[in-house]
Design a binder for this molecule. Sequence first.
Ligand SMILES: O=C(O)CCC(=O)C(=O)O
Ligand SMILES: [Fe+2]
Length: 205
Amino acid sequence: MVHRRMCKRAVVEAEELQLKALMISGHANGSAAEPTSTVRAANGTWLNHRGRPNFARIHRNLQFAIGNALNLEAAEPWQILSYNANGYYAPHYDYLDPNTKGVGIREDGNRIATVLLILQIAKKGGTTVFPNLDLNIRPKAGDVIVWINFETSGNSNARTLHAACPIKEGVKIGATLWVRSKKQELSLPCSLSEDHFLTDNFFAS
Ligand SMILES: O=C(O)CCC(=O)C(=O)O
Ligand SMILES: [Fe+2]
């Protein structure tokens, strides 16, 4: 979805940033936010949507491609992750525990969707897996994996459990947009099925 050349330039931009072991917010094994731990072995940083020219371009292009399906302005800043050999991201959900204070659920809503752009793949390992869906995705640089973390009923969707498999060789670099549920009025799903009329839950959660 994103041109290789643009990915390469974004990798250069990412490398100019100070990538360091990051706090994790999201939850694995029920814990909401914890310092660097066994959940993830990667270096990363937050970057504003337009914090670097190529990331700005990519954000615009992704919005163009996704159209009204998701408002990417409502996403948290880019989370750039760089996994070296033995790096991984253990199985986790991206949605936030509503009981966690300080993650802005009341203001911005929960992480309704994840947009994961693969900027660089590892030589060996590092695929993205969805164990509950029996999916093992081997992306190419420039591929974007998009999924919705909630059911239309407003319940979080446990089938979205996912992980980055350990890197065996090389460096994998990804850039994630965790899209919050507020300001998604244009993306409201609507169909003839009854649960599509329960979308108020979407915005309440
Ligand atoms: O790098 C991956 O394959 C997974 C990244 C991820 O789970 C996330 O950014 O939420
Ligand atoms: Fe994730």
